[in-house]
Write a protein of this length. Structure first.
Length: 220
């Protein structure tokens, strides 16, 4: 059973979210928070598999709460940001804070359930409707070198570079496997090695890294 804490300042959203995800049968909402303070408190007390976090909340917002949970010395708590789409510093701040996944509130029910499962499994998730637009804008707004460090570049295999480029387009493991004509298990193997080499926890942060260092590859 995947244990979830949902954080949103609107009671009707929290209630609707709970109904939708618990209908999947393998997800349980163990806590609901109306702001970032309560989200952090519940997450640290309950240790859920995923915190589904809105960005704009009163008091401590979702960005600060995500930053605290992503860097918690007592144990990392993965955060799936579920929010409306807006190209502003709130969105980019969530990426910098270490969000493990990013999903639009308009996503269908199955996409939401799949995103929660993916983040809980340690894979993270990217909403393909915003992947390249958000990440490219994020990279252009942040003063970061458009090349990868030589020491890291020397450790990346050709296959890892392929996967890094595909990540920047929001492809799933299955989609990357089809694109590269390999098995999904092989993608997962290379992805695990890639994450360790570039020093990030999940695929969303790997995609951010790719954009910052000029390793994103647009699909034709």
């Amino acid at each position: 059973m995947v244990r979830v804490v949902v954080a949103d300042d609107q009671a009707i959203v929290r209630a609707g979210f709970t109904v939708v995800v618990e209908a999947a049968g393998d997800i349980e909402v163990v806590g609901a928070a109306h702001d970032g303070y309560e989200a952090v408190r519940l997450a640290q007390a309950l240790r859920p598999d995923v915190v589904c976090m809105d960005i704009r909340m009163p008091g401590r917002n979702g960005i600060e709460a995500t930053r605290i949970l992503s860097s918690d010395p007592t144990g990392h708590v993965p955060v799936l940001v579920v929010t409306t789409f807006d190209l502003d510093d709130y969105v980019f701040g969530a990426l910098e804070a270490g969000a493990a996944g990013f999903l639009l509130k308009g996503a269908d029910e199955q996409t939401l359930v799949d995103a929660i499962r993916s983040v809980a499994a340690g894979d993270g998730t990217l909403d393909q409707r915003l992947t390249r637009r958000v990440l490219s804008e994020f990279a252009s707004r942040r003063a970061a070198p458009r090349h990868h460090p030589a020491a890291v570049a020397a450790t990346l295999t050709d296959r890892e570079l392929d996967i890094l480029g595909l990540l920047s387009n929001g492809l799933s493991n299955q989609e990357m496997a089809a694109h590269l004509y390999i098995e999904p298990s092989t993608v997962k193997y290379h992805l695990a090695g890639l994450l360790g080499k570039i020093g990030v926890r999940d695929r969303l942060q790997a995609a951010v890294w790719a954009f910052r260092n000029g390793l994103d590859v647009p699909l034709g």
